[in-house]
Design a protein around this ligand. Structure first.
Ligand code: ZN
Length: 89
């Protein structure tokens, strides 16, 4: 029980050093809301890898430096993504 101090961990979780495109790699991410009547297609949410069905309100996230890489997310997945990045469940 004398090694308590060895437990000190100042490092961030692995992978945190490389910002993802959702964390500023391609500039500020603009989040646009998509209303149910605007959702004419199905998309795959990068957060949960499930389908966002037609007619479902969700969000589009557009990195300002790479608008072509925009992705459609479930609103809840996008919001949770932020928390997960900080806490790592
Ligand atoms: Zn999702």
């Amino acid at each position: 029980m004398t090694e308590r101090r060895a437990k000190k961990r100042k490092r961030r979780s692995p992978g945190a050093s490389a910002p993802s495109m959702w964390d500023g790699l391609y500039g500020t991410v603009e989040v646009r809301r998509v209303q149910p009547y605007e959702a004419h297609k199905e998309y795959v949410c990068p957060g949960c890898h499930r389908t966002i069905s037609k007619g479902t309100g969700h969000v589009v996230c557009v990195p300002s430096d790479a608008p072509d890489l925009r992705r459609h997310w479930h609103k809840g997945c996008w919001e949770r993504r932020d928390r997960r990045a900080k806490r790592q469940t």
